[in-house]
Design a protein around this ligand. Structure first.
Ligand code: UD1
Length: 335
């Protein structure tokens, strides 16, 4: 199959590219707004395979037309999209325009070229503050607390309406929990610009001595040790989930499918610090600080539906996640 990955040089896109290259041809587009060209060299080094690459903005219809005219595309996986929660609060129009507007343009060009297999990177953020955990796909969605989360929710709605209007579309919505870790080669990984917002990249930089200490955002949550509990999933497991989703779209009659991609286990912030120290032998200095606005006590998945229907299960452990996150940064810093 020939698959188009938008945002294919980014953190999740690049890991998925590696898994897909085993059995597919890839066309990757990326504008490097949150990724670097070296990632493409690393993908080649890891897989020994070529990727056809176009540099450009996925929301530019003229650019997309060119890509679709020059390639025989069978399916599209959309990783392109801004994802910084804080920035989305400050610049909501930028997020609505790029994430939602861009996705609509992509779907329009796909429709014109009669390409109707589509996988969308959604997020557990669509569940807002969950009433009960673990979260199943039937749990209530809505109540998102920031524009980034709302873009994910709106795009899901748009995809549902699109499928209702034309059920020859074949759509899979993947709701990611908290992706961490990196490819075991240490050649690609998560490398946010500036000070990281998310827990694992912050821990890694404190351990590397690049940041002084981690602030644990609150220890008075209703959890086993008072700190926030999340479902961290190794990015390689997540990437494999996309391969399985594609298999599902290929073998079933058309449909719109929604899956949680998580491990089903929740770890607290303190659990993560301990696991990281144990896996890497590095110290993580931290202080307990106030809660971060918009954070919730617990968020973890029930991944049974993906286990059963995709024949997919997260296999890598919390130690693997910590070791591989560290390995990437250590390798990068030693260059
Ligand atoms: C965040 C986003 C979510 C997005 C996800 C991507 C918010 C409110 N939510 O989820 O929309 O889909 O990232 O992975 O930002 N923590 C600390 N100190 C830190 C950073 C984090 O204690 O410096 C804690 C948080 O309070 C939370 C846990 O670590 O309990 C995980 O935080 P984070 O990695 O930012 O992910 P989420 O908040 O789950």
């Amino acid at each position: 199959m020939s698959i188009l990955l938008t945002g294919g040089a980014g953190y999740i896109g690049s890991h998925t590219a590696i898994e897909l290259l085993e059995n597919n041809d890839l066309v990757v587009i990326d504008d490097f707004s949150n990724s670097k060209p070296e990632v493409l060299d690393a993908i080649k080094e890891i897989t020994n395979k070529e990727v056809k690459f176009y540099e450009g903005d996925y929301s530019d219809k003229g650019f997309l037309e060119k890509v679709f005219n020059e390639n025989e595309i069978d399916a599209v996986i959309n990783f392109a999209g801004f994802k910084a929660v804080g920035e989305s609060v400050k610049e909501p129009l930028k997020y609505y325009d790029n994430n939602i507007g861009g996705c609509i343009h992509l779907l329009e060009v796909m429709q014109k070229h009669n390409v109707k297999k589509f996988i969308f990177s959604s997020s557990a953020t669509v569940y807002g503050k969950p009433d009960v955990v673990p979260i199943t796909e039937e749990s209530k969605v809505g109540g998102t607390t920031n524009p980034y989360g709302t873009t994910k929710l709106f795009i899901e709605r748009i995809l549902e309406d699109l499928y209702k209007s034309d059920n020859t579309w074949d759509i899979c919505i993947l709701r990611y929990f908290n992706p961490v870790g990196s490819h075991p080669s240490g050649l690609i990984g998560e490398d946010p610009n500036g000070i990281p917002n998310n827990l694992m990249p912050y821990i890694v930089r404190v351990a590397a001595g690049q940041l002084e200490q981690l602030t644990v955002f609150g220890n008075d949550y209703n959890t086993h040790d008072g700190t926030g509990v999340r479902d961290y999933i190794h990015v390689v497991d997540l990437a494999k989930g996309h391969v399985k989703a594609l298999e599902k779209l290929n073998k079933e009659d058309s449909g719109l499918f929604i899956y949680n991609l998580g491990t089903g286990t929740g770890y607290s912030v303190l659990d993560m610090i301990n696991a990281f120290e144990k896996a890497t032998n590095k110290k993580v200095n931290y202080v307990i600080g106030p809660r971060r606005e918009g954070d919730i006590d617990e968020c973890y998945s029930d991944p049974t539906k993906a286990n059963n229907e995709l024949n997919w299960k997260a296999e890598l452990t919390i130690e693997d996640m910590c070791r591989d996150s560290w390995n990437y940064i250590e390798k990068k810093n030693s260059k």
